[in-house]
Design a binder for this molecule. Structure first.
Ligand SMILES: Nc1ncnc2c1ncn2[C@@H]1O[C@H](COP(=O)(O)OP(=O)(O)O)[C@@H](O)[C@H]1O
Ligand SMILES: [Mg+2]
Length: 180
């Protein structure tokens, strides 16, 4: 279950987080960002598909820069997920992704950084409280205390997995259970 979303530099959402209840009503005046929030979720979802960044952008707009609040900066998202596990407490995951122009040149828009963390508690609570401005940065290159990095994007563009912990050799750990 999706528990929270952090959004930075996506259209009018310059820096925002939304905490989600199991049943959530989204209400607000015209232009307050309701559609933008759904487009952020759609963009995040499309990023995971085969077409990657280019297709995810194209679904919403012809130009990546239309999606940016500040065209000089990347777009960043984090999601807090509660994952059910049979006969165990749910596990909490945090997925972070940053999309922007390749800083090495060439102008290509790509995933710049990407991390998947297993959080210490059963709930992704580090963003508890009311929705509003984010409480801390979206991307964590180094895991804060108690967080375990499961997957991340390497400098070469591949995906690395944490292999030093035997129980964490593949994403199927979410279903199997986390180390204690
Ligand atoms: N790249 C952008 N940067 C800043 N604001 C933007 C950007 N793209 C769209 N907007 C603004 O976001 C607002 C649209 O919000 P929207 O999500 O459609 O609101 P709602 O669905 O609640 O009516 C408009 O005021 C629009 O000008
Ligand atoms: Mg709307």
């Amino acid at each position: 279950m999706l528990r929270f979303v952090q959004i930075e530099n996506f259209r009018m959402l310059a820096a925002h987080h939304v905490v989600l209840a199991p049943m959530q009503l989204l209400a607000g005046p015209n232009g307050s960002g309701k559609t933008t929030f759904f487009h952020a979720l759609r963009f995040l979802s499309s990023l995971q598909r085969d077409g990657g960044v280019a297709a995810a952008v194209r679904e919403l707009t012809p130009s990546f820069f239309d999606l940016c609040f500040d065209r000089e900066r990347p777009i960043a998202f984090a999601m807090g997920l509660e994952v059910a596990r049979p006969d165990e407490k749910p596990a909490a995951l945090r997925y972070e992704v940053e999309v922007g122009v390749d800083p090495r040149g060439g102008g290509r828009v790509q995933v710049l950084r990407e991390n998947l963390y297993l959080l210490p508690g059963p709930e992704p609570t580090e963003l508890s409280g009311r929705s509003g401005t984010p409480l801390h940065p979206i991307l964590h290159d180094e895991p804060p205390r108690g967080w375990l990095r499961l997957l991340w994007k390497t400098h070469e563009g591949g995906i690395a997995t944490e292999t030093s912990t035997p129980a964490i050799s593949s994403p199927s750990v979410w279903a199997r259970g986390a180390p204690r």
